[in-house]
Design a protein around this ligand. Structure first.
Ligand SMILES: Nc1ncnc2c1ncn2[C@@H]1O[C@H](COP(=O)(O)OP(=O)(O)O)[C@@H](O)[C@H]1O
Ligand SMILES: [Mg+2]
Length: 259
């Protein structure tokens, strides 16, 4: 099976800053690839390359086996790569259903007699959300009244509805409480079960582990490792994330200070 996305030894610099170097990863249909790392690890840079926001300047980027360098997010979207950014591109005062379509609302009539088909728009939105198990009674309510978790869910349902093959989520659970994070992870799993390849960025191994099929650990732009789930336990993933040996050294040092 050809991966939906494959990057081989990819690199990206911003001027003199090496944001990413020699990073390799795959994203398969019906699987979740997690990207983990601290602030500044290069997580956002990696997904911006995948999403067509930035161009890589080293290595190979393949989409369904074809080598590619996107020159805009539109091109990535046309290839079925949908990205949900942390600061969701929603219009808070606009209704849930208008945000669901954002510019591609259904219309009735033609030419100067073209009008928004509100009824149809509401119905499609309600159905698409219901199919993902999201029950929103009133899709006419402003999106700003939804919780952060619900907004992420609407964005995920939107990508699924518009036929995305790859769904990229940049820290979707970072600002959420335990319960809401769980709800978002449930929809991540649903998108995966519908056959999408998901890229989940997080710095929380407890969020990544239950839904992830493989884990790419980044540190200062480099890959610390890439593991299939069968190759690593949650404990080991957590230890590596926490800096493993570094943390042990720190603990030792702190004991010294206390003593
Ligand atoms: N637009 C940019 N211009 C210059 N440096 C950047 C830019 N974006 C990110 N960086 C730098 O690249 C490195 C990786 O950043 P980023 O990909 O945002 O990491 P993460 O998402 O893991 O926190 C950091 O050192 C950051 O300061
Ligand atoms: Mg980031």
């Amino acid at each position: 099976m050809t991966p939906l996305i494959e990057v081989k030894d990819i690199g990206k610099t911003y001027g003199s800053v090496i944001a990413l170097r020699d990073v390799s990863a795959v994203v398969n249909a019906g699987e979740v690839t997690c990207v983990l790392g601290d602030n500044g690890a290069g997580k956002s840079t990696l997904i911006k390359v995948l999403a067509g926001v930035h161009r890589h300047d080293q290595g190979q980027f393949l989409v369904e086996g074809e080598e590619i360098a996107f020159s805009s997010p539109r091109e990535a979207l046309d290839r079925g790569i949908a990205t949900v950014y942390q600061d969701l591109a929603v219009v808070p005062l606009m209704s849930v259903w208008r945000n669901f379509f954002l510019g591609s609302e259904p219309t009735v009539g033609f030419g100067p007699f073209k009008f928004l088909d509100r009824r149809k728009g509401r119905e499609i939105t309600r159905t698409a959300l219901a199919e993902m198990g999201i029950d929103l009674r009133d899709v006419e309510q402003p999106v700003g009244t939804l919780s952060g978790g619900e907004r992420q869910c609407v964005a995920i349902a939107r990508a699924v509805h518009f036929g995305a093959k790859v769904l990229i989520l940049d820290e979707p659970t970072a600002a959420l409480g335990v319960k809401q994070a769980g709800v978002v992870l449930k929809y991540v799993a649903q998108a995966r079960d519908r056959g999408l390849g998901v890229v989940l960025i997080t710095h929380n191994p407890h969020h990544a582990y239950p839904v992830g099929d493989r884990f790419l650990l980044l540190k200062r732009g480099r890959a610390l490792g890439c593991y299939e789930k069968s190759e690593i336990s949650l404990e080991e993933l957590t230890r590596q994330m926490a800096g493993g040996a570094e943390l042990e050294a720190l603990a030792h040092e702190l004991r010294g200070v206390a003593g």
